[in-house]
Design a protein around this ligand. Structure first.
Ligand code: HEC
Ligand code: HEC
Length: 294
């Protein structure tokens, strides 16, 4: 079935000359912005201005346009050069008209779409990984809360496989967008965030006036378990506590694009987008970059 469709597509492509450049297997120029986090973010802005109305936010598909990130359309797995051609030239006879944008802007949109299509480990961002690791443990203070490879804090998710489970753009968002909380497979930036159900900050005051801050693990009518910012597990009999306050806001700082210099941020992203393992592709998986681009 798939082979049949593919042959049909090839026939269409070779009979309609104008479609060939758009959908044929021909290689085009390499993406000049591949792995450029700045281009991903500018591409996202452009995408949101020009494409969301038809293709939905995050490329998930809309009423008029198909999903361009995942789904079962044949040419979702096309190369960056082919995506570029589709955006630049449109698809004749469909609502997908040629987009009147400078080539550089089209490439930025393509880079954003590329980042949306795979997990970070498949598209690790460039930079000095060793310096990024130093920022993680040093100026960024990430290790106070997060663990990587068995070292670090317990009051936030373990990031040892963050690049194997999240898209690069989601990791950037987690560090820079206040309304962002990584959600769902690969991560999504939702308009309305569901209430947080783990890593809730908790502030406890014991009967003798001692205060302990950390994140909540478990709570019932009688007892409370938490991991303190001292990284210790604390068990309390609630009846013996003077005060307990649980908050639903995240402790994750989201202004790292301002706290860190551009180089520090870039190198930190280079480090983070290499933490993890490449997942075996699911059968029939589409949407990743074609083999040649890995
Ligand atoms: C007016 C609605 C509309 C707008 C705006 C639009 N598209 Fe499309 N797009 C479509 C439709 C419809 C198709 C399917 C064309 C077809 O039938 O082959 C499509 C196809 C595509 C495809 C090929 C997907 C596939 O699987 O065939 C890509 C990639 C794409 N659009 C990207 C974009 C980008 C990026 C933008 C913004 C710069 C954009 N489009 C703007 C409606 C739109
Ligand atoms: C004060 C504690 C704290 C610090 C410091 C902190 N984080 Fe977080 N981080 C959290 C908590 C709690 C969450 C989970 C809730 C959320 O997603 O907001 C989180 C979530 C994340 C996520 C999303 C995780 C996922 O499952 O997708 C990433 C990525 C992340 N942090 C990276 C970092 C990096 C990198 C740094 C340092 C530059 C850092 N964090 C500093 C507390 C912290």
């Amino acid at each position: 079935m798939r082979t049949g469709l593919f042959i049909a597509l090839l026939l269409v492509a070779s009979s309609a000359g104008s479609l060939m450049g758009q959908r044929g297997a021909g290689a085009g120029p390499p993406n000049p912005f591949l792995g450029n986090a700045q281009a991903v973010s500018e591409g996202e802005t452009l995408y949101n201005q020009k494409c969301t109305t038809c293709h939905g936010s995050g490329g998930g598909g809309g009423e008029i346009g198909p999903a361009i990130v995942s789904g079962d359309r044949l040419d979702i797995g096309v190369s960056d050069a082919q995506t570029f051609n589709i955006i630049k030239n449109g698809v004749a006879g469909t609502p997908m008209t040629a987009q009147r944008l400078p080539d550089a802007d089209i490439w930025k949109i393509v880079t954003y779409i590329h980042a949306l299509r795979g997990t970070a480990i498949e598209n690790p961002l460039p930079g000095e990984v060793a310096h990024g690791e130093a920022v993680f443990w040093g100026k960024g203070q990430c290790g106070n809360c997060h663990m990587v490879s068995g070292r670090g804090g317990l009051t936030a998710p373990d990031l040892s496989n963050i690049a194997g489970t999240r898209k690069a753009s989601s990791i950037v968002d987690a560090l820079t967008k206040q309304q962002h909380r990584v959600y769902g497979s690969g991560g999504a930036h939702l308009r309305m965030l569901p209430a947080m159900d783990s890593y809730l900050p908790v502030y406890v005051t014991t009967a003798d006036g001692k205060t302990i801050d950390g994140v909540l693990l478990n709570e019932d009518s009688y007892s409370l378990q938490m991991i303190g910012n001292d990284q210790q597990l604390h068990l309390f009999d609630k009846a013996k506590l003077r005060k307990v306050a649980v908050e639903s806001r995240s402790l994750m700082p989201t202004d790292y694009d301002k706290r860190l210099t551009p180089d520090e941020f870039k190198d930190l992203m280079a480090f983070l987008t290499r933490q993890g393992m490449v997942a075996a592709p699911a059968p029939g998986r589409r949407g990743g970059p074609p083999e040649g681009e890995r």
